[in-house]
Write a protein that binds this ligand. Structure first.
Ligand SMILES: [Fe+2]
Length: 910
């Protein structure tokens, strides 16, 4: 009887067990109800796969809570695949592997947990497939990388892997390089991470990394839609609270942390960004407000930037055991130990030269001697002595011609091939006239008359002919600076004028300076009227010759300030930050445009944050050493307000706006240059075209149908946010390009990529070559012209000792040393620099079409190097070739580390 019962019940029990096991393997959340030859009927119980990537679990998939009955084809019953996963982690000094706790974690088997995410939802149920999870084990450690590996069994019905969720069980954060999944029929799947992952104990959210395949939002595989949206939501944050180191939140704020009003009322600064002082937005840090000024944010020893925007350990130890951060923070206190009197000028010109020849004795060396740590390139240790010497490296311009700074030919040449080649413009109207209100600023007419100009160009042509033939050019800082003259002159140790410098294009293609006009507006305070004078290069008068030198020093100081505040910081560093924030907030990491722009944004937020701490802040280097002193940043804001336009940041449009080129379909780049030998423009146009072609190939590949641009929701949100939030003070401007077609997108992306790479390189890496000998580009002109309201005594001093007057006008010893030390650091390429067209992003290589396009781009950049070398060897191109002339190499794409005066990194990182 018992046997009979067993015979009847056992098969039933086995059948039940079999059904249960099958349900476990087939789908964790399903129960098999019935089988036949072609299908299995299952009941869905719809509990979410675990662990959840999301913090909350939003309405996940359509069938979520109710039990549903569906039919699953037997095709899903294929054999599972064994996959080996290898995770590569970078060995870093600051984070992972720095503390023994993680060795213990590895030892006890707590390491990295992986969860594979299927790119597809379950075909019939519309539910996410269960994650496949496994804990990795450390398998190797060499060459600065640690590898973790595991094996996973991937069911045949899992489909394509779309993402990997990583759970870090270590005590410390770690830097993930990539994850490779090997064993699939179609070859290995690579997941590029290049990101810090917080330990699970400190961050409840696991990290999701998508595979290298890029998708427009509408093409996102349905299994990844939720992950795509949630990841973006995490990166956007909720706009509240103070950001902590290690956070990954990208949000906007105004420049409200430049002042230090709680320290000293004189260190209060206006907020930049907003109606009163328009400026691009910076990343939000959420620090507490100051007690004195509720609109200002307090300082901190270390400003927040999202974790992945921080310099890598390699970059931090990049150049000769020093760091950019240390230099920016420590150079002023260090200089104060050497130059006790900040205002003391140089006693004679040979004292200037001795900074390069003999050097300056530094205070006795201590264990933590700041100078040696800060700028080792400039500090020479004296053998058998307790002292070190600060000895500036002779800049390349000076190496070629010790007297280069005195020459008018250099003055003209550097407007076309120097470190600020983007201010020179064609004179389009004559006579010159101010657009400022004459009631406030005095008569608008320039004092540079036709007669004055014709005296200088006599033998070449008349002024009318010069205008007609586009031969007159100008550096025009008149209307921009004049409104600041009164403010700036209220400060000790500086002065200011509105200025114009006029140049004539000679038949050999060089710019001959013909006149400088300096203007002081009328002053209500002291009742002085408008003052304006014209200075010309005099041939036969010693007095005029010295006045010309002094006037030139003023214009060079104006150009130098404009260069740092506008051409360099505003137009590249500051204007890029909103693009970076918007890209991270609105374009998923799997969006092709995110991946295209990614290398162009490397380290920009970090260097900008350092600039806010030490360079452009109250009492920072810019305020100490540049003519406007504490009003410097307001000047940058005025330019942003009056002149900055996104569309003019494209090189061709900028050249056309300044009259330096006209459209010409028959010309090589569709442009004919007004000055043929304009090295920045002629090399720049080749680079622009190469970049434009690469971006076109890329965009056209991902947007084969033009309507995909306007229907790309992420892309549209990105562009809207750039226009209305990041550059929100400009949101109502009519000139913003629309983003409706692939060609719109190509122009916009090329402009951003150009700004981050070539434009920044052109204005950055020549800073020491041209400013490293400060008389060539003084950062400040501290005294008025001796012809402005002169006293008898002052005039006599000028006549007796004009060199002394020039030296008093030049920066003080303290100012010169600080600026030159900074320029040396800023001109430096780090050892891990990534040059444009040289390094291919791993995600680009994933797609054969993009890989081929990149290789063409690389070829164009290599070819540009050859063209630049050939141009520099061409004796007819006198702005880049000639006795003692520095070749123009700033737009040569590649470079070795150090101060090389060439090399175009992808991004603005210094
Ligand atoms: Fe820079």
């Amino acid at each position: 009887m018992i046997s009979l019962i067993l015979w009847v019940l056992l098969p039933a029990a086995f059948a039940l067990l079999f059904r249960n096991f099958r349900s476990l393997f087939l789908e964790r959340n399903t129960t098999v109800l019935e089988n036949n030859n072609n299908s299995a009927t299952i009941m869905l119980t719809a509990s979410p796969p675990s662990p959840s990537f999301s913090v909350a679990t939003p309405g996940r998939m359509s069938a979520s809570t109710a039990a549903t009955t569906v039919v699953v084809p037997v095709a899903e019953k294929k054999k599972a695949v064994k996959v080996k996963a290898v995770v590569t982690v970078k060995e870093t000094t600051g984070g992972f592997l720095g503390i023994g706790m993680d060795d213990i974690s590895d030892f006890i088997g707590k390491a990295l947990k992986l969860h594979l995410v299927s790119a597809q939802l379950h075909l019939e149920t519309g539910l996410e497939k269960p994650l496949i999870k496994s804990r990795t084990k450390k398998v190797s450690e060499k060459n600065g990388e640690v590898k973790y590996a595991t094996e996973l069994e991937v069911p045949a019905d899992f489909g394509e892997v779309g993402a990997v969720i990583v759970e870090n069980e270590h005590y410390n954060e770690l830097f993930l390089i990539d994850i490779v999944l090997d064993g699939f029929e179609n070859g290995p799947v690579k997941v590029i991470c290049d990101s810090w992952v917080h330990p699970r104990s400190k961050d409840s959210k696991n990290r999701v990394f998508f595979t290298a395949k890029s998708y427009l939002p509408s093409e996102t595989p349905n299994g990844l839609t939720r992950y795509r949206a949630e990841e973006l939501s995490l990166l956007r944050g909720n706009g509240e609270g103070e950001r902590q180191q290690g956070d990954r939140i990208y949000d906007y704020d105004v420049y409200n942390d430049l002042g230090k009003p709680d320290n000293n009322p004189d260190l209060a600064r206006p907020v930049l960004g907003g109606k009163e002082h328009p400026y691009p937005r910076r990343v939000r840090t959420g620090r507490p407000r100051t007690e004195t000024d509720p609109s200002s944010e307090t300082g901190s020893s270390n400003f927040y930037v999202p974790r992945d925007e921080e310099f890598s350990q390699l970059k931090q130890s990049g150049f000769s055991a020093t760091t950019t951060a240390a230099v920016l923070r420590a150079v002023v206190p260090a200089a104060e130990t050497i130059f006790i009197d900040r205002n003391l000028g140089f006693p004679h010109l040979t004292a200037v030269d001795s900074m390069y020849d003999q050097g300056i004795n530094l205070p006795p060396r201590t264990k933590d001697s700041p100078w040696t740590d800060i700028i080792p390139r400039l500090v020479r240790t004296v053998v058998d002595s307790a002292d070190d010497i600060l000895q500036f490296v002779v800049p390349d311009s000076m190496k070629r011609d010790r007297f280069f700074w005195l020459k008018d030919e250099q003055f003209g040449r550097q407007t076309l091939a120097g470190v600020n080649p983007c201010s020179i413009e064609l004179v389009k109207e004559w006579p010159l006239k101010s657009k400022l209100d004459p009631e406030i600023y005095g008569p608008a007419e320039s004092a540079i008359t036709t007669k004055i100009v014709e005296q200088q160009i006599r033998g070449f042509m008349t002024l009318a002919e010069a205008m007609d033939r586009k031969k007159l050019f100008m550096l025009d800082y008149h209307d921009l600076l004049l409104p600041f003259v009164g403010l700036v002159r209220q400060q000790e140790g500086t002065t200011l004028y509105g200025s114009r410098a006029l140049f004539f294009l000679t038949p050999v293609g060089t710019l001959k300076p013909v006149a400088i006009e300096l203007v002081r507006p009328p002053s209500k305070e002291d009742g002085k009227p408008q003052w304006k004078r014209v200075f010309t290069p005099a041939n036969c008068s010693a007095t005029e010759e010295w006045l010309w030198k002094l006037a030139k020093a003023h214009v060079l100081a104006h150009d130098s300030g404009y260069h740092e505040l506008v051409s360099h910081f505003l137009r590249t560093h500051a204007c890029l930050e909103p693009y970076i924030i918007a890209t991270n907030r609105q374009l998923s990491a799997m969006h092709p445009i995110h991946r295209l722009l990614h290398p162009h944004f490397r380290y920009t937020m970090e260097i900008n944050s350092l600039a806010r701490q030490a360079l452009i802040s109250a009492g920072g280097i810019i305020e100490l050493a540049f003519s406007p002193l504490k009003h410097a940043m307001q000047l940058g804001s005025a330019v942003y307000d009056q002149r900055w336009r996104f569309d003019y940041e494209a090189l061709p449009k900028d050249l056309i706006r300044r009259g330096m080129a006209v459209e010409d379909p028959s010309a090589p780049h569709g442009l004919k240059l007004t000055i043929e030998d304009y090295p920045y423009a002629s090399d720049g146009l080749i680079l622009w075209d190469g970049l434009h072609q690469w971006v076109s190939d890329y965009v056209n590949h991902y947007y084969p149908d033009p309507s995909l641009v306007s229907s790309d929701v992420e892309l549209q949100s990105w562009w809207t946010e750039i226009r209305t939030v990041g550059h929100g003070d400009k949101k109502d401007e009519p000139w913003w390009p629309s983003l409706a077609t692939p060609s719109d997108l190509i122009e916009i992306v090329t402009t951003i990529a150009w700004t981050a790479s070539a434009q920044h390189a052109a204005v950055n890496f020549g800073q020491y070559a041209y400013g490293g000998y400060f008389p060539n580009r003084p950062s400040i002109a501290r005294t008025n012209m001796p012809t402005e309201d002169p006293t008898d005594e002052a005039w006599k001093q000028f006549i007796d000792t004009p060199e002394k007057v020039l030296l008093e006008m030049f920066p003080s010893q303290f100012q010169a040393a600080v600026v030159m030390a900074i320029l040396d650091v800023l001109s430096n390429h780090s050892v891990d620099e990534e040059y444009i067209g040289q390094v291919m992003e791993p995600a680009w290589g994933h797609d054969a079409v993009i890989r081929a396009a990149f290789e063409r781009f690389h070829g164009r950049m290599k070819a540009l190097e050859v063209v630049i070398d050939a141009r520099n060897a061409n004796e007819k191109l006198r702005n880049r070739n000639g006795a003692g002339v520095l070749p123009y190499e700033l737009l040569k794409p590649f470079s070795e580390p150090g101060v090389t005066g060439k090399g175009v990194p992808y991004s603005t990182s210094i």
